[in-house]
Design a protein around this ligand. Structure first.
Ligand SMILES: O=C(O)CCC(=O)C(=O)O
Ligand SMILES: [Fe+2]
Length: 312
């Protein structure tokens, strides 16, 4: 395959339709790739024979940490803590789902660079979040080398606050500080999404875009592209649960940073220090093979002398 645009994920490249025949994809890979290219999301069955047991253990072990009585059918399940971030660090099943080798291989083929998971979120209910793109939190240079994989850990009905997405919105401009006329570097925000909400809403209105909900079956997963608008629908029945795991993935040989707190044109990037969940190794920020992280700070001469002399 000769790809003149390696700085774009294959499935986001305008050349994708021309490249597809030379990629050696299976019929299922080609379907997923074409869905991502066209709609910005793709649904697939999560490839893990032990998934049901993993899900049962995750619910049993994480459940008590949400502060909700899941055993009581009448209890409001939306009351407590609604998410646990990075449970992978202490829970093998969360880690195994995030690091699933078949999913990593699939993402690598779809994007044209090796994928690695870097963050997990475990939810017992929906988020009821407005439409947003994850790219204001996590982005890459070159851009779009990030995706989310959302896994249904139970069947999701319309009253449980299903995930929603705006098909095709991944092709709209990537909304960042430059586009909304805001300085980001050194700023503080309650939510990194706040400043961009009006722009996303305006784009949806201008396109007459209709969100679609994902009424998922347990064990189905959905990949969303970095710039796809998505969120959580209103939960009509607070007694319901909506167990899910979201894993966020980056790809090799990129700069990883937070656009909400960056001014790219000024070279002021809020860099992320990323560690891959799959192998526990750091992924330095790289641009075309070159590490751009500042060298680690050396301790002062005084401190080094004291250490040498064994004085603490
Ligand atoms: O599950 C949801 O309701 C949305 C989750 C989400 O937006 C995310 O994890 O990035
Ligand atoms: Fe999100």
């Amino acid at each position: 395959m000769n790809n003149p645009l390696p700085g774009l994920p294959l499935i986001e490249s305008p050349l994708f339709p021309h490249l597809l025949p030379s990629l050696g994809f299976s019929a299922e890979e080609a379907r997923i790739a074409t869905d991502l290219f066209t709609n910005g999301f793709a649904v697939f069955d999560f490839p893990d024979a032990a998934l049901d047991e993993r899900i049962a253990r995750i619910k049993a072990d994480l459940g008590p940490r949400y502060g909700v009585d899941f055993a009581d059918p009448a209890a409001d399940k939306t009351n407590g803590e609604r998410r646990i971030q990075d449970a992978w660090a202490s829970h093998e099943d969360v880690r195994a789902i995030a690091a699933n080798a078949d999913v990593l291989a699939l993402l690598g083929r779809l994007y044209g660079r090796a994928a690695f998971p870097f963050q997990t979120l475990n939810f017992p209910v929906g988020t009821q979040q407005d439409a947003h793109s994850d790219s204001v939190h996590f982005s890459s240079l070159p851009e779009r080398f990030m995706c989310g994989v959302w896994l249904a850990m139970e069947d999701v009905g319309p009253d449980a606050g299903p995930l929603f997405y705006v098909p095709g919105s991944h092709r709209w401009p990537v909304i960042g500080n430059a586009l909304i006329g805001r300085r980001g570097f050194g700023s503080e925000l309650n939510s990194a999404q706040d400043p961009y909400g009006p722009a996303w809403a305006a784009l949806c209105e201008a396109h007459g875009a209709a969100p679609q909900t994902f009424l998922a079956r347990k064990g189905q997963a959905l990949i969303w592209c970095a710039n796809l608008l998505h969120g959580g629908s209103v939960q009509h029945d607070p007694r319901l649960t909506r167990w899910s795991q979201v894993t966020h993935y980056y790809f090799e040989d990129c700069i990883y940073y937070t656009p909400a707190f960056s001014d790219e044109a000024l070279g002021r990037l809020q860099l992320r220090q990323i560690r891959a969940i799959s192998d526990g190794q750091p992924r330095p920020n790289r641009y075309l093979g070159e590490c751009i992280d500042p060298p680690p700070k050396r301790p002062s001469l005084k401190r080094r002398l004291r250490r040498l002399l064994g004085i603490n």
